[in-house]
Design a protein around this ligand. Structure first.
Ligand SMILES: Nc1ncnc2c1ncn2[C@@H]1O[C@H](COP(=O)(O)OP(=O)(O)OP(=O)(O)O)[C@@H](O)[C@H]1O
Ligand SMILES: [Mg+2]
Length: 419
């Protein structure tokens, strides 16, 4: 298993860096009905805050603020009716916001001239829906290249892009078939291929896998995550499944009644759920599959080099009540582990170094190993399990207590007995 280094910049997501966010939504609000009718966009949308304070109709999206960094996999999650699709569709103005501000690549979408808006929808952003509307009488290749067709690209370019995209999603041999010849899962792949072929930087996905069988769904999640690593698009993905959100997302925005109740990484949400609504969701999460070695690892308390004096390492170990330590070479690779009993035996010997007192009885895992895979390894080791990078250097350790803590639910539901 290898460590994936993602190019997400958290500062950007937090809106604090000079690098531009791909998407920056501020106080986006959508109110349906007569009083919430959209305004002329050339005047811009109202600021949410100065709308009249009298009896307000319920907002489908209420004061929603978030930023998405370039290359980030951003999830929107919540129960049915919480406003997920409304927020997603405001991002390409399929739904016109009632108020708020939206910047895509730093440009204000509300005041964008028509030509630029068309360009945004046709090239910059692509939307993938739960039920892909494939054209039944067009071939899979034609369906995959639909966005390029809309843009009047040449047939040669359309076919080239479509074939590449179909190949990428594992449908390389199906270009000449008709959608009716494909299974449901394969049809979803065509939808994905269509989004990829469009060359859009930003993919908006509204529950694209929720109609699929669990196993196929898992395959599609894996495929999309793999594609994301290679292609590094910005993805905003709507789901009502927190397991899916945590498995795939860099960060997750949890919505309820049109409002954002929490925004954070899987780890942050699991460790400190914002309220009972979130707590309810995370009680269904399989923490052992969502959390990884990299998310819970700690600095090793003691490490040694091969040249160290056994007495010295023994003293450092006893200070932390440790029984063993990793012995590292000059580049940080693990040369072995040493243990208190080995060190003690070497103390009397002349010119003994720690390098002569090591064993190979240890196991390592990559930072992206799920906790479900490391439970048995942690149980067996006499030193905390080592987490290594792709070059085999020690980057952290997982002590047994840390693992058990991470797997336990930190906030058991309060039974506050209000009558
Ligand atoms: N065209 C519309 N007119 C009036 N109300 C609407 C309209 N579309 C959505 N709503 C309301 O806005 C709220 C948010 O709906 P939205 O579709 O964004 O929720 P959602 O989180 O995507 O739900 P689901 O998981 O069922 O897709 C709901 O209360 C819904 O009834
Ligand atoms: Mg929806």
């Amino acid at each position: 298993m290898t460590t994936q280094v993602r190019s997400v910049q958290p500062d950007v997501a937090a809106g604090a860096s000079a690098v531009e966010a791909a998407i920056k939504a501020t106080a986006l609000t959508k109110i349906y009905g007569p009083r919430g009718g959209s305004e002329s966009r050339h005047r811009g949308w109202r600021r949410a805050k100065d709308s009249g304070a009298d009896t307000k109709p319920k907002a489908a999206a209420d004061d929603v603020t978030f930023s998405v960094a370039p290359g980030e996999f951003f999830m929107i999650m919540g129960l049915s009716g919480s406003g997920k699709s409304t927020v997603l569709r405001m991002l390409n103005r399929l739904i016109e916001p009632s108020s708020g501000e939206l910047l895509i690549d730093g440009r204000n979408v509300a005041t964008m001239p028509d030509g630029e808006l068309r360009e945004l929808r046709n090239r910059k952003i692509n939307m993938v829906f739960q039920h892909f509307a494939l054209f039944p009488h067009r071939t899979v290749r034609e369906n995959a290249s639909y966005a390029l067709h809309v843009r009047n690209e040449s047939a040669a370019k359309r076919d080239e892009r479509a074939d590449w995209a179909l190949q990428t999603v594992g449908l390389g041999d199906w270009g000449d078939s008709l959608p009716g010849e494909l299974s449901g899962g394969m049809r979803q792949r065509v939808g994905l291929a269509r989004a990829l072929a469009s060359e859009a930087d930003i993919l908006l996905m509204d529950e694209p896998f929720s109609a699929l069988d669990p196993l196929i769904r898992r395959d599609m999640q894996d495929l999309l995550m793999e594609l994301q690593r290679d292609l590094n698009r910005t993805v905003v993905f709507v789901t009502h499944d927190l397991n899916e959100a945590m498995r795939m997302g860099d960060r997750i925005m949890i919505m309820r009644d049109g409002k954002v109740v929490q925004l954070g990484t899987a780890q942050e949400i699991l460790n400190s759920p914002a309220d009972d609504y979130v707590t309810e969701f995370i009680s269904d999460v399989d923490r052992s599959r969502v959390l990884t070695a990299g998310t819970i690892m700690q600095e090793p308390l003691v490490t040694a080099t091969e040249r160290d004096d056994p007495q010295d390492v023994l003293r450092r170990l006893s200070n932390v009540e440790g029984v063993g330590a990793y012995v590292l070479d000059d580049e940080g690779h693990i040369a072995g582990i040493t243990r208190a009993d080995l060190l003690a035996a070497g103390v009397g010997r002349q010119r003994a170094t720690v390098g002569q007192l090591v064993t190979n009885e240890f196991k390592t895992v990559g930072a992206d190993a799920p906790l479900s895979d490391i439970c048995t390894l942690v149980g067996r080791n006499s030193v905390p399990l080592a987490v290594t990078d792709t070059d085999g250097r020690l980057v952290g350790v997982v002590p047994r207590a840390t693992l058990l803590n991470a797997l336990a639910t930190p906030h058991p539901r309060k039974d506050d007995g209000n009558a």
